[in-house]
Design a protein around this ligand. Structure first.
Ligand SMILES: *Cc1c(COP(=O)(O)O)cnc(C)c1O
Length: 401
């Protein structure tokens, strides 16, 4: 039998092979709050284009004040799961407010959206049922589906004909209930799921429809409700999961929203809810303030939309190719992994922080810099960013001089 020393040697060799494959992920340390501009450990100030801080709320004064207020009124933490002594009036309020915002009946909070997806499928569906999933769905959806005994079907990304093939196969397999589940927005390309078409198809087959709104809640659609509003199927989605850790404040926490009986059963059976601590009061109080802001005015999502349109236009005018679309996720296509890393390193020297994505995060030969525009950006930030991309792109021969 191998000894423990061999185990640690094995881990070191695994780590070495990750490094040698060029896939090692290192973490850049910033020394202050998240925002349009962040400070790096070497004391530099850089414009940040890679946070999920879509509405600039991560360090918004009203959000910070609401967190302080809840900390004062409801304490630091609850030292409990929800069903023992971890539920405050604040938690019940936030759940109701999220349901109203999303156009559903009720909501259940989790420590993270990863947990919401991880604990969603197993309590609701069994062996007799089927789950149909877009092949590019988020890792947490894939893991959640693995924990469930339902039959699994996977359709080609965003391919409606292939979705229909899966529905036919599920039907032929005699599935009792069928749930189609998709990201509302796919984070690598900024692709917005065709929920209007998916709803029409699922209705024809009598299937349920669930969506993960992590990259949509708070800003997509005319009043920022999400992909269902953007695609004109607001109020017609069976299950919505999402995060408090991106546009809706950026701290942490997740949720599942839907019909009363779905939420009620999740409270009884969903393991990450039953066996993990309640969301901290400061986050819950701040999230209620976020919903106050977003229901009171569409200014932030409007500014994000204008910033996104400007950046998409300007970066193309500078000679770069981007994935077309309207989402604030803007993939600047470089194709080559080494070149993507060089471009990212050079723009950082020029004061712009945006990282390269390459295999295995995106398919081989599809390397890119993924920019995420924010309502926290002023026009000047975006102009500087485009100028830096243009300079670096010319130096590296990516665009014409
Ligand atoms: C970020 C993300 C998650 C995880 O959210 P957390 O609240 O950080 O756990 C889940 N699904 C999608 C699509 C995401 O982008």
């Amino acid at each position: 039998m191998a000894n423990t020393q061999a185990f640690y040697a094995h881990l070191n060799s695994e780590l070495q092979s990750i490094r040698e494959a060029g896939l090692y992920k290192s973490e850049r340390v910033i020394t202050g709050p998240q925002g349009a501009v962040v400070h790096t450990q070497d004391g530099r100030e850089v414009i940040n284009l890679c946070a999920n801080n879509y509405l600039g709320l991560s360090s918004h004064p009203k959000v910070i004040e609401a967190a302080h207020e809840a900390l004062r009124s409801h304490g630091y933490g609850l030292s409990s799961v929800r069903f023992i002594c971890g539920t405050q009036n604040l938690h019940k309020t936030l759940e109701q407010r999220l349901a109203r915002f999303l156009g559903t009946e009720d909501t259940i909070l989790y420590a993270a959206a990863f947990d919401a997806n991880g604990g969603l499928f197993e309590p609701l569906l069994g062996e007799q049922d089927a789950i149909i999933s877009d092949e590019l769905n988020h890792a947490s959806i894939i893991d959640g589906i693995r924990l469930c005994k339902a039959k699994r079907f996977r359709y080609k990304h965003n391919d409606m004909a292939d979705l229909e093939r899966c529905l036919q196969e599920a039907q032929a397999a005699g599935a009792r209930f069928t749930l189609v589940f998709t990201d509302g927005v796919f984070s690598m390309d900024g692709t917005i799921a065709q929920l209007d078409k998916i709803r029409e198809i699922t209705d024809r087959y009598g299937a349920l429809l669930g969506i993960d709104e992590c990259h949509a809640s708070g800003f997509l659609g005319k009043t920022g409700r999400g992909t269902h509003e953007y695609r004109n199927v607001f109020g017609k989605i069976d299950i919505i999961t999402g995060t408090l850790g991106k546009a809706l404040g950026g701290a942490s926490g997740g949720f599942t929203s839907g019909r009363k009986e779905v939420i009620e059963l999740l409270r009884q059976r969903s393991r990450p809810y039953l066996f993990s601590n309640t969301v901290a009061p400061s986050i819950v109080g701040a999230s209620i303030a976020v919903l106050d802001l977003l229901e009171g005015s569409t200014d932030l999502r409007d500014k994000l939309e204008a910033n996104t349109a400007y950046f998409r236009e300007a970066i193309q005018a500078a000679g770069f190719e981007i994935k077309p679309g309207t989402h604030p996720i803007v993939p600047i296509m470089v194709y080559d992994a080494v070149m993507a890393q060089k471009l990212s390193a050079r723009i950082l020297e020029l004061g712009i922080y945006a990282v390269g994505f390459f295999f295995p995060v995106v398919p081989r030969g599809q390397a890119r810099i993924r920019v995420q525009v924010s309502a926290g950006h002023e026009r000047e930030h975006l102009e500087k960013a485009v100028a830096a991309f243009a300079q670096a792109g010319r130096e590296l021969g990516l665009i014409k001089a």
